[in-house]
Design a protein around this ligand. Sequence first.
Ligand code: NAD
Length: 261
Amino acid sequence: MGRLDNKVALVSGGARGMGQSHCRLFAAEGAKVMVADVLDDEGAAVAADIGPNAVFQHLDVTREEDWAAAIDAVMENLGRLDILVNNAGIAESAPLADLTLESYRRVTEVNQTGVFLGMRAAVRPMTESGGGSIINISSIDGMVGMNNLTSYIASKWAVRGMTKTAAMELAHLGIRVNSIHPGFIRTHMGSSDAKTPEEVHEHLEVYSARMAPMGRAGGPEEISRLALFLASDESSYSTGSEFISDGGFTAGYPNPGVNPV
Ligand code: NAD
C-alpha cells in the first residue's frame, strides 16, 4: 500500500531539483504524476524514468493558457486531480538600489503570479475529484528577510499570504492549502553559466555550517517527505499552515558570547 494510492498529482517545476524529487517520491508512493516544466527534454526524461505512472506536460506557470492545457491534459489522461504542488521558482539577486523593474517583474511573475494561476486552475478539477491538497512552495525567505533578494522575498511572502486566503476560501470544497518553507537545499537554484550546482552546494554547506543549528544544508528528498505528508490524507486536519524545514535556520540566531560565528 502506497501513501498516495489512487491519487493524481501535478508538480510544477518537476524537471529538476526539489520538484523532480517530489515527482519521484509521489510516484513511488502510488500516485500518478504529471511532471510539468518549461524544460521539455529534462522533464520528459524524468517522466520516462519514473515509468508508466508519470507523464510530462509543458507548462510555463506564468501563462494562463498553459495552465488550462495542463488541467485539460491531467483530467483527460490521468482522470482526476488530487494534489497540486506549486513548486516552480526562480531567484535573482541584486542590491535594492540596482534591482531593475524587469528583474523584479520576472521573479514575481513566476514565483507569485504562477502560484496564483496554479491555485485558481486547480479549484474546478479538485472540486470535481471530491477535494484535494494544494502545496505552495514558499521559502524561509517567506518568513524573514534577506539582503539582495527583494523580489524573491516579496514573492515568497506573497505565497505564504495567498496560501492562508485560499485555505479559508476552499476548505468547504474539501481542498486543503498549505505552504512549505525550505531552508538551504542542494538543487540547481543559484547556479548559472558562471557557477556550477556543485560550487553553489559547497557554498551552502559552509554557510549552513555557520548559521544553521543542524550545521548543514538540506537534500531535496528531505523536503519531499514533508510534501508527501501534506499531499497524503495523513495531514487531513492541516490547512492554511506553514511547514518549515530548514535545519533550525529560522529558530533564532547564535548567541555570540556562547557560540561565536
Ligand atoms: P531548481 O532550479 O532546481 O528547480 C526549479 C524548477 O522550476 C526547474 O525545473 C525550472 O525549469 C522550473 N521553472 C522555472 N521557471 C518556470 C516556469 N516559468 N514555469 C515552469 N517551470 C519553471 O530549484 P529548486 O531549488 O528545486 O526550487 C524549487 C522551489 O523551491 C522554488 O519555488 C524555490 O524558490 C523554492 N526554494 C528553494 C530553496 C533552495 O535552497 N534551493 C529554498 C527555499 C525555497
